[in-house]
Write a protein that binds this ligand. Structure first.
Ligand code: UDP
Length: 236
């Protein structure tokens, strides 16, 4: 009983920080690795787009005098560091992986070749996409939307610290209520933020469902692929 057979998981850099203020918490890495492994064990094909915000963000850099484009490339490098760490955590527990980089770095990652990435998924390897889309002025959310469409993923799973999309930020407003389901149009009319607009538009135009869910809850990923109502589903 698997509802989503090929998923694109978006893991932000921040989700790797755990309680730290910066960098990678090894406990978080292993926490995600086990959850991802559980998906592969039920036959789900898993692609991951990894962020870099725990190490570097282009926009912040530009405020401190580093040119925007240069800062964005530095941010993309950060995603490769995270991708290598996640690859290592997965391989430690016996999951076969391929790290792919949108910027060529062939000593450590494969170049992005769409058909090859799909082949890896078909063979049951977890594919980790790093370097975003390889261009400045984008985010890894955009990379998630683009790659999910390219590899014909059934859904984008956007892991966050909260368990879905709320009427307001639940960490600030205790009266905020959660949506179980939303249409793309409703997200826009209510001015809710799910992903950045570039990424969101790409999903909307191609009718690619997005599920926003609490990534820190152990069973969530598995429950989602089995079709349980977890988090908030945006579609239609
Ligand atoms: N970035 C970019 N192009 C991309 C993806 C990422 O320029 O296609 C840069 C951008 O500077 C961004 C940084 O890499 O701030 C880290 O990615 P992101 O902020 O999306 O990471 P997350 O918020 O998911 O941790």
């Amino acid at each position: 009983m698997i509802k989503y057979k090929r998923v694109l998981l978006k893991l932000s850099g921040e989700s790797l920080m755990g309680k730290q203020k910066f960098g990678i918490d090894p406990n978080m890495l292993s926490h995600y690795a086990y959850q991802i492994k559980a998906l592969t064990e039920v036959g789900v094909q898993v692609a991951i787009v990894i962020g870099g915000g725990n190490i570097f963000r282009g926009l912040q850099a530009s405020e401190s005098g580093i040119e925007r484009v240069q800062g964005d490339y530095m941010g993309m490098m950060a995603t490769v560091i995270n991708g290598m760490a996640l690859q290592s955590a997965l391989e430690t527990i016996g999951v076969f992986t391929r790290l792919i980089s949108a910027i060529e770095m062939k000593q450590i990652a494969e170049p992005y070749i769409r058909r090859r990435a799909i082949r890896h998924l078909e063979k049951g390897r977890v594919v980790i996409f790093s370097s975003g889309i390889g261009s400045p002025y984008f985010t890894t959310d955009s990379a998630a939307a683009l790659r999910a469409n390219e590899i014909n993923a059934d859904v984008i799973l956007k892991g966050t610290r909260v368990d879905g999309i709320y009427t307001a930020d639940p960490e600030k407003d205790p009266a905020a209520t959660k949506f179980d389901k939303l249409t793309f149009a409703k997200v826009i009319s209510l001015g809710l933020s799910v992903m950045d607009m570039t990424a969101f538009t790409l999903c909307r135009e191609n009718n690619l469902p997005i599920i926003v869910f609490d990534i820190n809850h152990n069973e969530n990923l598995l429950r989602i692929v089995k079709g349980e109502a977890v988090g908030t589903l945006v579609e239609g």
